[in-house]
Design a protein. Structure first.
Ligand code: MTE
Ligand code: LUZ
Ligand code: MOS
Length: 801
């Protein structure tokens, strides 16, 4: 079986030779036109004039579309349909699409865009979270979670810390920018090739914009050159513009964004601002935590409520918080609408907790790993003596949605703030293994010695554990389908609802399919994802692509296999059907005799047995009551931890990651090589978020960092000099595809360990608590070093207030 083997990505060869086709590489259909969206130049304003005459007079410009040209609803959006596809009377962000110029070439469209006469009356804009909070500008009602008595917990705490944390946005910087090609067909049908994580969402948007039923639209995804959440909801707009243009002109139309346009028009990771008060006992254990978590959603709702939810679900990270009160808010600002990004609010929620524990450790003189260990879910008998038992006042009769006693789960320290049990938290085990693997204690001592000798270069060793909930928190979305076709020569076509963005989903699905049918992966082709093969799909998101589609693929394959089993038994000389095994491309009898699948399939066809099947899966036993803030939103948790060593220069604020040791839990890995790649890539992307990637807007709400010259993602040289990545062994998970776990997003949050490491290095410049802002750019590090050297950190004045 190809499962658990070292595998190369099914398209690796095509990726490196250039043979892999992305939307923009597809052969252009005859008569194809180009569509170029034109964005608002102002952050907020009334549209007072839109004239296209001068543009239309230019050679090669075919049409210019405005809101009035939309035949159906001019509104799209994944949760609420609040985004005009083309701006109506008002614009709400720089880059919001006002017009679509259609022309023979991209150059003709650009000239047309220049010649458009658009006039705006500028209105006051809200550009920061603080302004939005002051103005009461919200995208959705606040969301709350509470338990126990925080005030009482803070009152008896040995240490109370309060403060604010901000985390910045992040551009997806997928190598392939947004792209869609719409081809009109007969009877007002449209076929789209789209770079989207969510073909069904694109289908819905196109059908609503065009005012036709969904069965008129087929959306296919060849593959994406990266997505990272940026094509979960935000591919729809550009696909719908292409479909609209195809409908109006009757010609194929491609909408493709240049890097600058993509960065200007599309939303990013949500910047968050939070305020917290935490109470800990003298040993650094959390007693109570109050957090106000505020997400900057930009101008429209998009996925902000779901991202805020996931942020709140991850404030706890891997730690038991006995008494708590969390309030989450999503504010509306006049910026591009922020959207899904790997982690989906989780990293932003965790950043608050990690700041609390880092500060507490610095106050209490504790090792950054040790304070975290003391707070993990589950019992640590050595630390948690009865005198430290925290009692949460809950009525005796309370039960979780899974039917367990709340009191006993609180006593066992394994109840999340949303009342889901954390069974067998793997963090204590991962923690111990990682500390040993990375030689934690010895290296801490070496680093202390190095720092004592080195006045301007300082090193720090940081620690970051991660617990991440796996499932869409909107329970309904946890379903998937597959369609498996076997041809009479024994060759197989595999269709499933997930999309390939480089993460290796197709490679995993090929392995699952091959294992289940007993064929080699070479006998299977994984087809482009398409809405006419599997309908009503969820986005390939929430890291759940292989969990959900894997089960559906397995079921479809098992159905066909069982259908042909009696025939195989007959062809093998009348053996017992249950004794037939399907391996290595053949059905094998108990005596070792074989019938190849090619023979089996041909005979099955002649005997008129169906050789295709659809598979379907819905995650069992999950539910979340959002209004109560309680339930079991997640099928299970993924875990991991990182130990990271950095060196900083106290003269320039620059840093390097000298070594990173990662130990990550992917259950029983379906394909370890693919998973290792996801852990490495996710981690580096997280490092980019908290270090070099900084978005800068001007006072008019215009993004200044809209290209690689000013926006710096990590490069090869930013990789840790020593990079040890391992998957947790003996980690099978119950109730998942072959015991595996989701891997896509969780490792990103390990990148927050760099903040922990940088704080340690900065602390070596002077006594007291560190003040370090995220992103930890050279400027931010230098400011923190200067403050530390001046001893300003000694008196924690900010906290006393
Ligand atoms: N890996 C690559 N190479 N490219 C991507 O765009 N997206 C990430 C992650 N890993 C991404 C990636 C995100 S945001 C998610 S949710 C998952 O992949 C989605 O795929 P999966 O569910 O199959 O893991
Ligand atoms: N999308 C979504 C997601 O709609 N719900 C989620 O919970 C989620 N989580 C991560 C990424 N995308
Ligand atoms: Mo990933 S943010 O769930 O697309």
């Amino acid at each position: 079986s190809p499962l658990r083997q070292s595998a190369v990505h099914e398209s690796a060869h095509a990726h490196v030779t250039g043979a892999a086709r992305y939307v923009d590489d597809l052969p252009e259909p005859g008569g194809m036109l180009h569509g170029l969206p034109v964005g608002s130049p102002v952050a907020r304003g009334r549209v007072v004039a839109r004239r296209a005459e001068r543009a239309l007079a230019l050679p090669g410009v075919r049409a210019v579309l405005f809101a009035a040209d939309v035949p159906g609803h001019n509104r799209i959006g994944p949760i609420v349909h609040d985004e005009p596809l083309l701006a109506e009377d008002e614009v709400f962000a720089v880059g919001q699409t006002v017009a679509l110029v259609i022309g023979d070439s991209v150059a003709a469209c650009r000239a047309g865009a220049q010649a458009l006469e658009l006039e705006f009356e500028e209105l006051p804009a809200i550009l920061t979270v603080a302004e939005a909070l002051a103005a009461g500008s919200f995208l959705c009602p606040p969301h709350e979670m509470r338990r126990g008595d925080v005030a009482a917990a803070l009152a008896r705490a040995a240490l109370v810390i309060e403060g604010e944390v901000s985390t910045g946005g992040q551009d997806h910087f997928y190598l392939e920018t947004q792209a869609s090609l719409a081809i009109p067909g007969e009877d007002d049908t449209i076929h789209l090739e789209s770079s989207t994580q969510h073909p069904t969402e694109v289908q819905i948007a196109c059908s609503e914009v065009l005012g036709c039923p969904r069965n008129h639209i087929v959306v296919a995804v060849p593959r994406m050159g990266g997505a990272f959440g940026g094509k979960e909801s935000q591919a729809s707009q550009f696909a719908a513009l292409a479909a609209l243009a195809a409908r109006v002109t009757g010609r194929p139309v491609k909408v493709w964004l240049s890097r600058d346009l993509d960065m200007t028009m599309t939303g990013k990771r949500h910047p968050f601002w939070s305020r917290y008060r935490a109470g800990l006992d003298a040993r650094g254990r959390l007693l109570g935590l109050e957090v106000e978590l505020v997400a900057d959603g930009g101008w429209s709702v998009d996925l902000s409520p779901a991202i805020l939810d996931r942020g709140m679900f991850h404030i706890d990270n891997g730690y038991f918080v006995p008494n708590l009160h969390f309030v989450g808010k999503a504010v509306r600002t006049n910026k591009a609408s922020n959207t899904a990004f790997r982690g989906f609010g989780g990293p932003q929620g965790m950043a608050v907790m990690e700041e609390v524990l880092s500060r507490a450790a610095e106050r209490l003189g504790l090792d950054p790993a040790e304070i975290r260990r003391r707070n993990y879910y589950g019992d640590c008998p050595d630390e948690h003596g009865p005198e430290n038992m925290v009692h949460v006042p809950v009525p005796d009769d309370e039960q979780t949605s899974a039917g367990a006693s709340v009191i006993s789960l609180v006593r066992a320290r394994c109840l999340t703030p949303y009342y889901q049990e954390v069974p067998h938290c793997r963090l204590p085990r991962i923690h111990a293994e990682l500390l040993q693997r990375c030689d934690w204690d010895a290296r801490r001592a070496e680093i202390a010695e190095f720092n004592a000798r080195s006045p301007w270069q300082k090193r720090g060793l940081g620690f970051m554990p991660v617990k991440f909930g796996i499932s869409f928190t909107n329970t309904m979305l946890n379903q998937a389908g597959a369609l498996v076709l076997i041809y009479a020569d024994g060759s197989v076509q595999l269709n499933h609802g997930g999309t390939e963005m480089g993460q290796g989903l197709h490679t995993k699905m090929l392995a699952v399919c091959a294992h289940e049918l007993g064929v080699t992966t070479a006998q299977i082709r994984c087809m482009a994802t398409a809405t006419d093969k599997v309908p009503n799909t969820s986005a390939t998101a929430a890291s759940s692509g292989s969990d959900l589609n894997g089960m559906a693929v397995q079921r479809a394959c098992a159905e066909i296999r069982e259908r042909v089993r009696p025939l195989a038994a007959e062809l093998l000389g009348g053996v017992a059907p249950e004794a037939v095994q399907f391996v290595a491309g053949a059905a094998v009898g108990p005596d070792g005799r074989k019938v190849l699948w090619s023979e089996l399939a041909k005979t099955a066809w002649m005997r008129r047995l169906s050789l295709s099947a659809a598979g379907y899966y819905a995650t069992p036993n999950i539910a979340y009551d959002r209004s109560a803030g309680r339930g079991k939103p997640f099928h299970y948790f993924a875990y991991g931890a990182a130990a990271i060593e950095v060196e900083i220069s106290g003269l320039t604020g620059e840093h390097r990651i000298l070594r990173a040791d990662l130990l990550h839990d992917v259950g029983s890995s379906l394909l370890p090589t693919i998973d290792l790649g996801q852990v490495e890539g996710g981690f580096i992307q997280g490092v980019g978020w908290v270090t070099g990637e900084e978005l800068v807007w001007d006072a008019k709400g215009r993004l200044l960092t809209h290209g690689p010259s000013t926006y710096k993602i990590p490069a090869v040289g930013d990789c840790p000099t020593v990079f040890n990545v391992a998957l947790l062994e003996h980690a099978e998970q119950d109730g998942t595809i072959h015991g595996s776990k989701a891997v896509g997003e969780p490792p990103l949050m390990l990148g927050l360990g760099v903040v922990s490491a940088l704080r340690q290095a900065i602390a070596a410049f002077g006594p007291g608590e560190v003040a370090l802002q995220i992103p930890c750019t050279p400027e931010a590090i230098l400011r923190a070093v200067v403050r530390q050297r001046e001893g300003a950190a000694v008196a924690p004045a900010a906290d006393a207030a």
